[in-house]
Design a protein around this ligand. Sequence first.
Ligand SMILES: [Zn+2]
Length: 92
Amino acid sequence: MISGIGALMVVIVAVVFYAFLAWFVFKNWNNSHPLSIYEYVEQFPQVKTKKGIICRHCGSRSLRNLGIDEETDNRRLITCNGCASPLYHMSR
Ligand SMILES: [Zn+2]
């Protein structure tokens, strides 16, 4: 049988663990797409065309814009639809 203090310790450990996990996921959400949209356009000026931003690898204008947790998430990862290259991230 777990004493009151023992149960409290289990709850505290669980809360700390989930807080750390949330922090870790939040901090690393754009790991796979390290460039922001501004850095992407600055480093590869040719991607900015009159018709919008294109893939710097294959020149495709078809880009996939995915939310992190759900489709309405404000944190977005933009990936090329043509060659699947990770391009940039942005927050709205
Ligand atoms: Zn591409």
